[in-house]
Each structure stands twice: as structure tokens, then as C-alpha cells.
Design a protein around this ligand. Sequence first.
Ligand code: PMP
Length: 438
Amino acid sequence: MTDRNDDLFSAARAVIPGGVNSPVRAYGSVGGTPRFLASAKGATVTDAAGREYVDLVASWGPALLGHAQPEVVAAVQDAAARGLSFGAPTEGEVELAALIADRVRFGDIRPIERVRLVSTGTEATMTAIRLARGATGRDLLVKFAGHYHGHSDGLLAEAGSGVATLALPGSAGVPAPIAAQTLVIRYNDPEALDAVFAEHGQRIAAVIVEASAANMGVVPPRPGFNRLIADTAHAHGALMILDEVLTGFRVHPAGFWGLQAAAGEDYLPDIITFGKVVGGGMPLAALGGRAEVMDLLAPLGPVYQAGTLSGNPLSVAAGLATLRLATPEVYATVDAAATRVATALDTALSDAGVTHAVASAGNLFSASFRASIPRDYAEAQAQQSFRYSAFFHAMREHGVALPPSVFEAWFLTAAHGEDELQRIEAALAFAARAAADA
Ligand code: PMP
């Protein structure tokens, strides 16, 4: 039986490659017809056929407060009434940049003195890398296998997210000389880090790392690994780019860096990238760092970066409203909901006799179908990922929308209340049995 989603998917495929504007949305690894969403409110989304789901995707992270939070929507509506885009500086941008710099701190340690706003996480990491190259006069970039930093040329080698879901080694269309500027090493492996610097130390501009890997499923950094990256890079005159596009303002007011600093692992990244929550669901991302590095950007310095829609007033309004509403109580609520669902997930899979491990990084978590939490990309891939397809569809049949890939984190919001959490818990029992039978 076809429904409105099937009809729309057929129509979409006739005009949009694969029917989607971002690959993982196509359900390539779980199979079936993607749900075309018509609306979202609080903790739920509604598809084109009118079916409602408790949402564990949260637009892949941004919806920290829940969908269409009334004060955020009102802020965007007010901004829209004053003009959609100016291509000129605005007061709101200054407030948002100051708020980002102020919030990302631990005691007196403040890694961000200057902020530039861009429109997507891809732009933020791309600019951060150019900046690191401009600052050091070096070309090489070190990244970790299974980490995703957006879709710019140099960052798709052994990347996570859709690249992992589709089991691609990288992307066609990236010139070999550009790919050769990226050195991919194993995550959570101090020896690999030592080795790459021993061999290429004088030529490495930066190491880029997800603050916690979460695009090959959640794979938390080993204790001390992020600090080791900072120390090793700095000892060789290279920069550390900490990618908090997914984790920033989601796992803690000061990001995963703030969580780690509070737990005693302090280190000083040179550039931090943000996206998702910082734009409250509108296209906005940012990079920040100390003045000496950031002021190398044009118009002050020789590193070029620009954008017609950078700092768009609607996006800035959404970001400001979201960050102002993201109080410690909001984080406590999201953390508690995440702990509850992660625990229920673990229990349901155990009860159904499914080999699994649930990994978390702050309030982000995911399950992998293997006996232990993966430490790197090879281990993340070595799991019975076929079980996720059955699990995913059973959850959906019971009214819960999960990310359509085992290589993605699950996202709770402050709008997930008792009713939604109970609906998730009820669905988990069915889904775990479906995974067992797969
Ligand atoms: N970095 C990380 C860690 C991400 O998770 C993502 C997107 N999921 C990006 C960068 C790219 O952001 P965008 O999709 O906004 O370009």
C-alpha cells in the first residue's frame, strides 16, 4: 500500500538526485521510503501522511529545546518582519559572537576571543583549516578515520556520517593532490598520532578532531586523548581544531570541551567550530579562537573567507534565542532524558538477547551491535549493522523516529516529557525483539 510519503518520494526522485538534499535522509542503509516531514512541535514530528512520531533526530542536533520552541519562533518572526537579509553588519551578530565567546569557558580559561559566523558546519571547518594553514604556513592536515567534518574536498577521506553509512572510502571529484594533503589516522590511538608527527611534524598545519566522535555512532575519546592531541600538535607548532559542530551547546554550555575541562581534562584548542544548536535550527555556524589566530581572517589578515548570508539576521535571532533559553535546567533535563533512554535501550537489547554496546558522550549516545564499545572506525564498522534496519523500522512502526543509520547519534531535547519517554520505552521492547530476529 502506498501513502503520501511514497508518492512524494517518487516525485522527488524525478527532480532531486536520490530524492533528497542530503544523502542519509534517503534511508539507503535501512531501506524503505523516507518520511517526508510536514511539521514538528516539541518532541514530535509529523509526516506527510499525517502520522506523528516521537523524534530522536532533533534535525540531527539543532533542536536542543524541542521543535518550534515558541520564543525561538517569535524571535525569528520578529527578525523576518525587519528584513530577511542585509549583507551588512547587525547588532544581533555582535551579541551572538559575545555570547559564544562568553559561554565557552572554564574558570579563567577562555579559548575564544573572536568569533566569525558562517552558515554551515562545512564552512566552519573549511575556514578553520584554511586559517590553520595561513597561520602556520604549512599544508598538511591530520584527521581521524570515521570523523565527519562536513563535505569540503579535504575532509571526505574515510569520513563518518553519510560517507560511513554508504560505505564510501571518500568522494569522487576530489583531486588526488588535494586528498593527499589530508593524513588520516586511527582514532584513540596515541601511537598513530606520535607516528604521523614523527614523520611529517614540520609540515602539519593542524589536527582536526570531533570533540567526541559521533558520526560513526558515538565513539567517545579515551581519557586524555584530546589533551594529547593538543600537546602533540603544539609541540610541533601545529594547531588543534576542535570540531564541536555536533557537541557544542548540546552536551554542556561550554561544549564537550567544557564537559572534559570540568572533569579535569583541560586543554587549549586553537580553533573551535560550532553549528547546529548555535543556530537554533536555522542555517548558522561559527568558528572561534584566540585573537592572534582569528584576526588573520580578511579584512584584517590574509586568509580569505566571506558569505552573502553569513550572520543572517533570522539565523542570528534563532541562535540568540536558543542560547539564552539554554539554561543549566535545560541541560539537566536533556541529560536526564538521555540517560533514561540510553538505559532503556541497553535493557531492551539485553532482554532480547541482542549482542550490543551503548556508548555515550554527555547526552549523546548510540548503540552498536557488537559486544564492546568501539574505540575506532574499524571497530565501529565491525558490528552486525544489519540488525539496525529491523530495529529502526520497528521503532518507526511504534511511533518513534530514529536516525536512519546505525552510524549516527540519538538526540534528546528539553521537550521530551514523561509521555514521550514512555512511548520510546514501550517501542524499544518491540524493536529489540525485531533486532534479535533479524
Ligand atoms: N562537523 C561535525 C562534527 C558534524 O557532525 C557535521 C554535520 N553533521 C558537520 C561538521 C557539518 O555540518 P553541516 O552539515 O552543517 O555542514
